[in-house]
Design a protein around this ligand. Structure first.
Ligand SMILES: Cc1ncc(COP(=O)(O)O)c(C=O)c1O
Length: 370
């Protein structure tokens, strides 16, 4: 068979840009012939997975001939208990990414609009485009802080959903509890709010809310969380949503039966009980964030104060050259031009040793004036 394929994909797909992930370590090792590569590009946990999760996965291996629990009941119970929610207010998904797709499939028609902050995580717009809906960007302020007025001004009669990412990827800035309350009270009741709190564990600001209290209070709000960041389980794919029961019920209608694999369920249950790993991971990020700030200041680089496990740094017009030189030194960071920020790099916080390597390489590169 050598006939030309004439099957057309849906027209919506022609508008869509593929997600651009951080370069994997193996690729850089192969391309540049490097043995040691430090990845500070995907906001992963540099301490590795929760050891309790690893143990639980090992114990679950012999049962892999069985299908996983379709409703992730035990994990759902663990999450509901931790966040003082009813089990019916929780949905467990194949990473936070799957939740965004499921929400889009559940709630978006082709004539709908969603409002997203700009710049932010690209998957919200991806979900809208998949359904033929339109994403309207409500820009953050000049210092990347949230602008509630811009969000409210973007509302039209077509608005179906508003995404809030707090801490926001790639800026690390947050929405205060007061602003969240204000938005929830001001938006029309027909508008579903999605608060992406993937990085909530790294927030130290007291005026922050991860939104769960507003779910408990019955607002039309979905809070997204993930096991990929603080729990170090990005590779096994598990996340969850918390929302009023009626919203969860609708999303369950489009969920595939066995969306979360058995190892992921076992790992996440164990990880939620691994307080030691959570505390170690939080402490590392909070301490190293300060150390990176000090290093950037010394290098004369401006940065955005972050409530997350990454920092957005302004390196100027040479950003691409600096990015490439860091890569040549075995350090992968993220070029922020994918978010329309051509002067910036987004750097994930690593172990103290990894951050030392980053700081040393960056200062060498800047001394050579690129
Ligand atoms: C803001 C934000 N939300 C959600 C996710 C999705 O995480 P995952 O699909 O790994 O759970 C990410 C991943 O980087 C993210 O940055």
């Amino acid at each position: 068979m050598s006939e030309e394929i004439v099957i057309q994909a849906r027209k919506e797909l022609t508008q869509m840009k593929p997600y651009s992930p951080g370069k994997p370590i193996w690729e850089v090792q192969k391309e540049l012939g490097l043995e040691r590569v430090v990845k500070l590009a995907s906001n992963e946990n540099p301490l590795g997975p929760s050891p309790k999760a690893v143990e639980a996965m090992q114990a679950a291996l012999t049962d892999l001939h069985r299908y996983p629990d379709a409703q992730s009941i035990q994990l759902k119970q663990a999450i509901a208990g931790r966040y003082e929610l009813a089990e019916e207010q929780v949905i467990v998904t194949n990473g936070g990414d799957e939740l965004i797709t499921l929400i889009s499939e559940t709630f978006l028609d082709a004539s709908d609009e969603i409002i997203v902050p700009g710049p932010t995580f690209s998957e919200y717009e991806f979900g809208a485009q998949l359904m033929g809906a339109k994403a309207i960007v409500a820009p953050l302020k000049g210092d990347f802080q949230y602008d509630s007025d811009a969000i409210l001004a973007a509302v039209t009669e077509r608005t179906k959903m508003v995404y809030l990412c707090s801490p926001n990827n790639p800026t690390g800035t947050i929405l205060s509890k007061k602003e969240l309350q204000h938005l929830l009270d001001s938006l029309p009741k027909r508008v579903l709010v999605v608060l992406d709190a993937a990085y909530s564990h790294f927030v130290t600001a007291e005026h922050y809310s991860d939104g769960v209290e507003f779910v408990r209070a019955g607002y039309p709000l979905i809070v997204l969380k993930t096991f990929s960041k603080i729990y170090g389980l990005a590779g096994i794919r598990v996340g969850f949503g918390a929302a009023p029961q009626a919203i969860i019920q609708s999303i369950l209608q489009v969920k595939e039966p066995f969306n979360v694999n058995a190892l992921a369920q076992a790992a996440a249950i164990a990880a939620t009980g691994d307080e030691e790993h959570v505390t170690r991971s939080q402490t590392l990020v909070i301490e190293e964030r300060e150390r990176l700030y000090a290093a950037f200041q010394q290098l004369g680089l401006s940065y955005t104060m972050s409530m997350s496990n990454f920092v957005l740094v302004k390196v100027g017009e040479q950003s691409e050259s600096i990015y490439k030189q860091l890569m040549a030194n075995g350090i992968i960071v993220r070029l922020a031009n994918t978010w329309g920020l051509p002067l910036h790099l987004r750097i994930s916080i690593g172990t103290p040793e990894e951050n030392d390597l980053l700081i040393a390489a960056l200062s060498d590169i800047l001394k050579q004036k690129v």
